[in-house]
Design a protein around this ligand. Structure first.
Ligand code: GDP
Length: 297
């Protein structure tokens, strides 16, 4: 299960303070030392850890705890609230364009789960919001990617727009939007090319698509299992493209949790969805408060 080590360590640490009728500054300092280690071990970015610890400490030795009848529990509440804040606070929803269709660019490195997530997102939009999405095969360099999206479209019984692999992705994206308008489809989900590493050619192409279609949403799909790497990838995509959201995939795996806890703080881009498995219904809107409560038990 995801966050297992982190959850266990945090819960053990917090249990020690839970029942305390009085919490001293020394108690808080000792507790925060353990929390700090647990977070670092979970691969949370060290700057993020530092700031988080400072925020919790300040509040935990402050009036809201001192004046409380159950200071131990109050400290835990502070940790929970700060964790929630760290992951973005409020749930951040997917954009809806004033004028249909809403255009969403799906970006990310190869293997992160971009194509699968495109299918999952289409499924989610139809199921929970009654939308009519168009899937767009914009990854023309990996022939299997077009086929993969077409198969997803068949499984979902949803239209897929493809012009094969000889037409530029910019052109494909533009024509897909015209098609969506004609057919009164209200979301255009563009699957774009991925590479093994962030490189200039990839970014150049993504920037061209962005300029051509002016997307309402640029969602980066990253693999939560890759921890700090996911955060670094998010940082470079954000610098070069300006992301509007992140989808963390493979949160069903045994990720240590570092990516989930650092991405928002490092890139100031909200996590909008979490991938929880390979199946097409395994995508969930990301709720920072629920995730914090899951970690703290
Ligand atoms: P792309 O290269 O980024 O388009 O990646 P794919 O969509 O082809 O996905 C790569 C692999 O990751 C596939 O085997 C997917 O089934 C798997 N995958 C994608 N999302 C998830 C997820 O949330 N959980 C798990 N366990 N596997 C996932």
């Amino acid at each position: 299960m995801a966050f297992e080590g982190l959850a266990e360590r945090l819960q053990n640490t917090l249990n020690k303070i839970k029942g305390k009728g009085k919490v001293s500054e020394a108690d808080v300092t000792a507790m925060m030392r353990e929390v700090r280690l647990a977070l670092l071990e979970a691969d949370v970015n060290f700057k993020v850890v530092k700031e988080f610890i400072a925020n919790v400490k300040e509040r935990a030795v402050g009036q809201e705890v001192l004046n409380s009848l159950t200071p131990g529990q109050q400290v835990i509440k502070v940790v929970n609230e700060e964790l929630t804040k760290l992951m973005g606070g409020e749930q951040s929803k997917i954009a809806v364009a004033k004028k249909s269709p809403t255009v969403v660019m799906m970006v990310g490195l190869q293997g992160a789960g971009k194509t699968t997530t495109t299918g999952k997102l289409a499924n989610h939009l139809r199921k929970s919001q009654n939308r009519k999405p168009l899937l767009v095969a914009g990854d023309i360099y990996r022939p299997a990617a077009i086929k993969q999206l077409e198969t997803l479209g068949e499984q979902l019984n949803m239209p897929v727009f493809s012009l094969g692999d000889k037409v530029s992705p910019v052109e494909i994206a533009k024509q897909a939007i015209l098609k969506a308008k004609e057919e009164h489809l209200d979301y255009v989900l563009i699957d774009t090319a991925g590479r093994l590493h962030v490189d200039e050619t990839l970014m150049g192409e993504l920037q061209q698509i962005k300029e051509a279609v002016n997307p309402d949403e640029i969602l980066l799909v990253v693999d939560a299992m890759t921890g700090q790497d996911a955060v670094n990838v998010a940082e470079s995509f954000n610098e070069q493209l300006g992301l509007t959201g992140v989808v963390l995939t493979k949160l069903d795996g045994d990720t240590r949790g570092g990516a989930a806890l650092s991405v928002k703080a490092v890139t100031n881009t909200p996590i909008k969805f979490a991938g929880m498995g390979e199946k097409l219904d395994a995508l969930e809107p990301f709720h920072p408060d629920r995730m914090a409560s899951r970690i703290l038990g």
